[in-house]
Design a protein around this ligand. Structure first.
Ligand code: GTP
Ligand code: MG
Length: 370
């Protein structure tokens, strides 16, 4: 309820109610024993008595991050793998992504304008693969810290003329910590100083042993610039996907994760999200983080308007009331009222916990100066 009576507060602080009332008077609050005190006053009192109280905001029942998924085995359908590309600075992540994208746009889309939606999808052998635009390692860590699990497979790009560098090792550690399958793309093999075997040798020190040396890590030699080895890389991704058998139930309300979001001058808040379960439809009411919305328009990575988007599809949506944060969970609710009330509750909880944190800091500061 967010408040406590004077009597309850006194008990909490192991003081007599009369002492508490006295203190309150000194603070300028005329109180009776049954008076309700708000959190701020309670903390102020606690501070005056030299007691530190930690305010715990009760956990919301509606926290949908933790809701159990209950899908019948029979309802699960194959879905495209979601792939992230990581690696050291300048080793060719962006070039590789661009090369894959332009090599594999299907006939009708070739030459089309590709929108930046933080993610895109390619098709090879009638199978789709979703790529997340390589997030900086920090963004990746932040997302993981918030429990957002968006990637299925990590591609680690290593320049063959440069070898394993600090951020390569970081990428390997991230992927391992997240328990993701790793494919190593040894890039820039067109360069005169390229030494792919050295890369393999170096990575064995980090537990990535190539298959041909008796290990189980897939290495693919590529040149993003010369567009060499790309088909092979995509085939390997499909192979890993087949082995892992990624599935989701497309026949239910959508949920997923916000990849990035911003305020667009003309369109208002815009979010790029990855649908992970179910199917997202235009008109759906949803909650993203503390924000509420209703899908007004939905666009894919090729700038094409969609009416619906199934599992592993990255889309850009408008229709939010506010800008959510990267890594925020996204979920569709049965109706607008439910979505709105959950978003409201969540932002209140957020505000209260922010306030609680601030109050505590202030009290700590106060003690320091006494
Ligand atoms: P950051 O985003 O800064 O971390 O770099 P990145 O990993 O995205 O590298 P980027 O794709 O920007 O490539 C860096 C440089 O390497 C550019 O000048 C590319 O043209 C070059 N490059 C990328 N791939 C290849 C390749 O296969 N061969 C050669 N010769 N050059 C490449
Ligand atoms: Mg780049």
């Amino acid at each position: 309820r967010g408040t406590m009576t004077v009597a309850e507060t006194a008990k909490l602080l192991h003081k007599d109610a009369s002492e508490v009332i006295k203190k309150l008077i000194m603070l300028g609050v005329m109180a009776t024993i049954n008076q309700e005190l708000d959190l701020e006053t309670i903390q102020l009192l606690a501070g005056d008595f030299g007691v530190e109280v930690e305010i715990k905001i009760p956990v919301e029942d509606d926290r949908f991050e933790t809701l159990e998924e209950t899908d019948e085995e029979a309802d699960l359908k194959e879905r495209p793998p979601v792939v992230t590309i990581m690696g050291h600075v300048d080793h060719g992540k962006t070039t590789l992504l661009d090369a894959i994208r332009s090599t594999n746009v299907t006939g009708g889309e070739a030459g089309g304008i590709t929108q930046h939606i933080g993610a895109y999808q390619v098709e090879i052998n009638n199978k789709k693969i979703s790529f997340l635009d390589t997030p900086g390692h920090e963004a990746f860590t932040a997302m993981r810290a918030r429990g957002a699990q968006v990637t299925d497979i990590t591609i680690i790009v290593v320049a063959a003329d440069d070898g394993v560098m600090p951020q390569t090792v970081e990428a390997v550690n991230h992927a391992k910590a997240a328990n993701l399958p790793i494919i190593v793309a040894v890039n820039k093999i067109d360069k005169p100083g390229a030494d792919p075997d050295r890369v393999k040798q170096e990575l064995t020190e980090y537990g990535l042993v190539p298959e041909e040396w008796g290990g189980d890590t897939i290495f693919v030699n590529v040149s993003a610039k010369q567009r060499m080895g790309l088909e092979g890389l995509l085939e390997m991704i499909l192979l890993v996907a087949e082995v892992n058998d990624y599935r989701a139930n497309p026949d239910k309300r959508a949920r997923g994760t916000v990849i990035e979001a911003e305020l667009d001058k003309g369109r208002g808040p815009v979010a790029r999200i990855l649908v992970q379960h179910g199917t997202l439809k235009v008109g759906d009411a949803f909650v993203a983080g503390n924000c509420f919305g209703r899908v007004r328009a939905m666009v894919n990575d090729k700038g094409r308007r969609l009416k619906e988007a199934g599992p592993s599809t990255p889309v850009e949506i408008t229709g939010l009331t506010e800008v959510p944060q990267a890594g925020d969970p996204f979920m569709v609710f049965e109706d607008e009222r439910k979505a709105r009330s959950i978003a409201d509750k969540r932002s209140i909880t957020q505000r209260e916990s922010d306030m609680g944190a601030n109050t505590r800091v202030t009290l700590d500061d106060l003690f320091k100066h006494i």
